[in-house]
Write a protein that binds this ligand. Structure first.
Ligand SMILES: [Mn+2]
Length: 331
């Protein structure tokens, strides 16, 4: 790690710390943030977690959830002051200022030191301290490593361990993705020794479907799934009216794309969604099909080789036409 000893020395005396993570935080983003939050608080630092946007209800069980400050314009002045007066800003599970919306310019211009802990490709160069590993399955895995580097293993509480486990479980697709290493299984074994109830965390995250969401998945599979068997591609297109009709909330479309990828013989899956005046895309693949390259080349996006996202400036129908015309390039 770049300057781990410098970070250790920096944290030797109590500091003001802000932890932030990417917009639309997922379990890895929030679990990493709250795991580190409790650890640093336990060491006597003054810590706040600020997220750029709200996050799904099924993450609200995490210890410390009620302490999280969710950015909105009414809090802009207060948050700006906090960011300017803090000693350290921890940037977790993202590595570019474009990923934290309105917080981006505030964090970029803050005189505070910056710590980056992340596993996404191509980090921007802004960190004074860095724990970046693109082979890590989850940022939560790296937060566990960071705590060990800071000689804090004995200070990991069940609350911290559960938050980190949630990040690891979800970012590995419940230990199915290629990124699932022997090391991460060993980390999980340590977290279980600390007291994580893996069944409890799994149920809290996954068994929280609303009836609307299940009906929506049924509808999407029945009516909206397009399979291009020749090109081994399957995808969904979901418009704004359908979002309304099924009262979809943040996180409700999560996982839908994996159904498309689970079809026998399909190597690449996508979902193209119109929502809040934006057209967003999510891509998944198996093996060597690099969807992050595709997303960055054609849809101003990026991510991992087998899981990436993008955004389109075009209306939904034109985005779909563009996507369809690009399918042969996808391989
Ligand atoms: Mn992650």
């Amino acid at each position: 790690m770049k300057d781990i000893n410098a970070l250790k020395a920096f944290l030797d005396t109590p500091k003001k710390v802000i932890i932030t993570t990417h917009s639309n935080p997922d379990a890895d983003a929030l679990g990493s943030s709250l795991g580190l939050y409790h650890f640093l608080k336990g060491r006597g630092h003054d810590v706040d977690v600020i997220t750029p946007t709200d996050y799904p209800q099924f993450l609200h069980w995490m210890q410390g959830n009620e302490e999280v400050i969710v950015y909105d314009d009414t809090k802009a002045d207060r948050i700006k002051t906090m960011i300017n007066q803090t000693d350290l800003i921890c940037c977790l599970d993202f590595n570019g200022m474009g990923r934290i919306k309105s917080l981006g310019p505030l964090v970029a211009q803050s005189p505070a030191k910056k710590l980056l802990v992340d596993h996404h490709l191509n980090p921007e160069e802004f960190a004074d301290f860095e724990l970046w590993d693109k082979t890590a399955a989850a940022t939560a895995e790296l937060i566990y490593d960071l705590i060990l580097l800071l000689d804090g293993k004995e200070e990991i509480t069940v609350g911290i361990a559960e938050a980190l486990y949630a990040g690891i479980m979800t970012d590995t697709g419940s230990f199915k993705h290629n990124s699932t290493s022997a090391k991460i299984h060993r980390t999980v074994a340590e977290l279980m020794d600390i007291g994580v109830d893996i069944n409890r965390v799994s149920r809290l995250i996954y068994d929280t479907n609303s009836l609307n969401r299940l009906r929506f998945i049924g509808y999407a599979l029945m009516e909206k799934l397009v399979v291009d068997a020749e090109n081994k591609v399957a995808y969904f297109v979901i418009n704004a009216e359908e979002h309304e009709r099924f009262h979809l909330k943040s996180g409700d479309t999560e996982g839908l794309v994996n159904y498309a990828l689970s079809i026998q013989g399909i190597h690449i899956a996508a979902i193209i969604m119109e929502r809040n005046g934006e057209v967003k895309m999510s891509f998944r693949s198996v093996g060597n099909h690099a969807v992050n390259d595709f997303a960055s080349q054609y849809f101003s996006g990026g991510g991992h080789k087998n899981a990436a996202g993008g955004i389109s400036d075009l209306p939904l129908d034109e985005t779909v036409e563009k996507f369809k015309s690009l399918i042969p390039n996808f391989q």
